[in-house]
Design a protein around this ligand. Sequence first.
Ligand code: UGA
Length: 458
Amino acid sequence: MNICVVGTGYVGLVGAAVFADWGHTVCGVDIDEGKITNIKKGVMPIYEDGLGDLVRQHMDLDGLSFTTDISEGMFGAEVVFICVGTPQSKTGAADLSAVWAVAEDIGRCLDPDMYTVVVVKSTVPVGSNEKVKELIGVSAPKSAKFSVVSNPEFLREGSAIWDMNNPDRTVLGIGSSDRLSEEVCRVLFSLYEHLSSPIVWYDLRTAEMIKYASNAFLAMKVTSINEIALMCERVGADVDRVAEGIGLDPRIGPDFLKAGIGYGGSCFPKDVQALMNTAKQTGSPLTIVSAVDAVNDHLPELFVEKVIREFGVNLSGIKIACLGLAFKANTDDVRDSRSIEVIRMLRGHGASIQAYDPRAYGNAVEELGYFGISYVDTMNEALIGADAVVILTEWPEFAELDLLHAKESMKGKVIFDGRNVLDQESVEDMGFTYYCVGKRTNAYEKEPDLVPGIFLPG
Ligand code: UGA
């Protein structure tokens, strides 16, 4: 099948490469000339394990091409995917200008002699797919035949290729007038019939809500354990074991219960905001989702308070090794990264930073600049002369921190583990003062027990 994918960001580029890998002929379109020039040279705009190889392989086999010209990309395409970004606007609502512009372009380029199925993968608020259909209709030639289908994506950065090949489910939103369309059924069948997981289809608005509700639920799950972690610190319970204990209940499940310094990235924060915005507009406020957003926002500050507790509010003269800049492991993405937030706060208190991340250095420099921050190439370099180590991203190599070596190269002996990657006992045995998330460690030794007394009746 001939496929056109408009937008070569995370979703679009991974989608284009995987569709080509499934045997389709794919053309990726983007208005960013620099990006397309680089992709054609085999240079990927994002770090995603395996993506560069897959793109280069299918470009060499002529199954995958790229262009900045949408009419060229859509030539002969039976299906066109809209995968452009929907960033957060100043009001918190999703900025849909790119989606609307692409819808109009698609309309203009529709071939009146073909049936075209337009599939919206961009994350768009309820009602947007109907508007996409309307806009395409306005700019399309009178005789053009097309349908609009919603197909939200659930890829995670860092495992996007695997996720696309092994989805939990494929969600489709199909308007009532398109449900019996032979062309829509044929296109969707030839795209997804080889997948072994369920394919479910609903109306357009339900499919749009599923995407937002999924991210809101996941954000809620992470935030719930993060809030429980705050209480664990107070009462002397261990949040990792609490997560294990509650996760054994299949109604709760073990995933997404890793406590830390909050969720970040290009999806959860913006999608939660966009959902709250739609909720407000529709007079149906989402109280729980708003609380999730507020709690998550506060977590970096609570983490920095641990550093202040140890060193005082004025951190000038304190050198801190910051491990991790990306919003999570296995990506170079720093959008809404909690690490960036924490480093900004530490800088605000005057600390000097030695930062290390295996992948995200380039993107982090754009956010943080160089003032008061030196970026180093290895974890060991970051430790040299540091008064403290702050772990901000759960990169596997940080769990391998050589404590003996750290002790020798650092000036101080304090570790703040914002992702609970280290083993508390080993760290404390090595003589470090250890702060982490959701556990009472040796840092609190001299504090009174906060568990309220239990009074027996009579
Ligand atoms: C998320 C969803 O997981 C995908 O299903 C969805 O397709 C994507 O958003 C999207 O809307 O495009 P992603 O942003 O790549 O994917 O990241 P996640 O792996 O979900 O992690 C989000 C944040 O939660 C990260 O900051 C991560 O560190 C944090 N997190 C996650 C925790 O703090 N603890 C956990 O147990 C899990």
